[in-house]
Design a protein around this ligand. Structure first.
Ligand code: SF4
Ligand code: SF4
Length: 393
């Protein structure tokens, strides 16, 4: 469902003029609204103590493989672009590197992420630096604005001295402007751990109207914001669909507007992959107030089973085979919600989940509070690991 649509012709005109402006007026990203006239069309927020002024709408590049969509986003006034070392086996960073190589470095900010095994392996530091250096090479940049330690899963790892020492060292070397971490597990305690650690400038977290620990999350975000941490929201659209079968696209505008109600969420990084979805996101950012229709729509979904897994981990304690079920549910959402089979396969391979993972088990012991039939979903998604990449979307 769409509302408040920006006229298509207006959008193209805006994109074209904004692009010209961006090339003519190099400026500081902290004043990005001045460097690209189109940026001033959206509310601007400050990303915590980084001081970066960013439109409430940014681009999660993860699934995009068309540089023209990146170009349209940049020309339309988006200044912040989010990628990761692992996305599309590095092609995502390469695409951004090729696009941004001739753009003023202060007209955009880039965040990338590097993942590592938890608990830490002996060669963690070496492996991390090698991956990050490769990311910089692909991006054709000397530094990134934000480096996220990707998908941290506990308070202990957030505060781990080897992790914090390494991130601080990379910052001192000038390869990172700001340190961050991403988390998929909706664990507010990790935000408090970040406050204690004192080195994190930004946290990228899942944030949407389906979170079942919203109150605790909002309270932790407020504490983090008070301590100077900037917050970036991902998974605002709960997987992109509004049904458990993955058939009906969600009203992304309503979802984004809901996330922006929290003043501490500086920006959101929806993963649009085409011009229509970009157009939708830009329209939401121009008219960010929730309408009664938006509120009623989201309320109608509050109790509905969708594809969004709370990542609460309760299933892991119940599963007799100790399967990484939250990761499997994420992989399921990537395939059926995002329609991104490659990312789904990549996620399963990262946790070594193979086909027939449940075959030694009788009746499933897992009682998921979200009502997911986890064994059915695992059986449906794991065969994807055997499909050659060339056949995957
Ligand atoms: S599958 Fe259910 S129990 Fe497991 S993490 Fe997701 S919501 Fe929690
Ligand atoms: S059926 Fe699968 S998910 Fe359920 S308890 Fe057994 S191994 Fe775990």
């Amino acid at each position: 469902m769409k509302n408040n649509k920006v006229n298509r012709r207006d959008f193209i005109r805006l994109s074209a003029t904004a692009g010209a402006g961006a090339l003519l007026i190099p400026n500081s990203v902290t004043a990005s609204s001045a460097s690209n006239p189109a940026t001033s069309e959206y509310p601007i927020r400050t990303l915590g103590r980084t001081g970066i002024k960013v439109p409430i709408i940014s681009m999660g590049v993860m699934r995009a493989d068309n540089p023209n969509v990146v170009r349209a986003a940049y020309n339309a006034g988006i200044t912040h672009f989010d990628t990761a070392h692992g996305y599309q086996n590095g092609r995502n960073e390469e695409m951004l590197g090729n696009f941004f190589k001739d753009k003023p470095r202060d007209s955009f900010t880039i965040a990338t992420k590097v993942k590592f095994k938890q608990p830490l392996e002996d060669n963690f530091e070496k492996g991390f630096v090698e991956m990050f250096d490769l990311s910089l090479k692909r991006l054709q940049m000397d530094y990134v604005d934000i480096l996220y330690a990707h998908d941290l899963t506990s308070q202990g790892i957030v505060k781990n001295k080897r992790v914090t020492d390494l991130l601080k060292k990379l910052k001192t070397e000038g390869k990172i402007r700001h340190i961050g971490f991403s988390m998929h597990n909706h664990n507010p305690a990790q935000i408090d751990a970040a406050i204690d650690a004192g080195i994190y400038d930004v946290i990228l977290l899942s944030y949407n109207f389906k979170l079942n620990n919203l109150k605790e999350t909002d309270e932790a975000i407020a504490r983090g914001a008070k301590a100077g941490i900037g917050f970036v929201a991902m998974k605002t659209m709960t997987g992109g669909v509004e049904d458990a079968e993955g058939k009906k696209q969600i009203n992304g505008q309503a979802c984004l507007k809901w996330a922006w109600k929290n003043e501490h969420i500086a920006t959101a990084i929806p993963g649009f992959t085409n011009f229509d979805l970009l157009d939708d996101c830009l329209t939401a950012a121009k008219f960010p107030e929730m309408t009664t229709e938006d509120k009623n729509y989201l309320a109608s979904l509050s109790d509905k089973e969708m594809l969004f897994c709370q990542q609460c981990g309760k299933c892991k304690e119940q599963c007799t085979e100790h399967l990484p079920i939250p990761d499997a549910m994420r992989a399921y959402m990537y395939a059926y919600g995002y329609k991104n089979a490659s990312l789904s396969k990549e996620t399963l391979l990262e946790v070594n989940l193979v086909q027939d993972a449940c075959k030694n088990c009788g009746k499933c012991k897992v009682n998921c509070p979200s009502g997911f039939n986890v064994s059915e979903k695992i059986a449906a998604i794991t065969p994807i690991v055997n499909i050659p990449d060339v056949f995957l979307t």
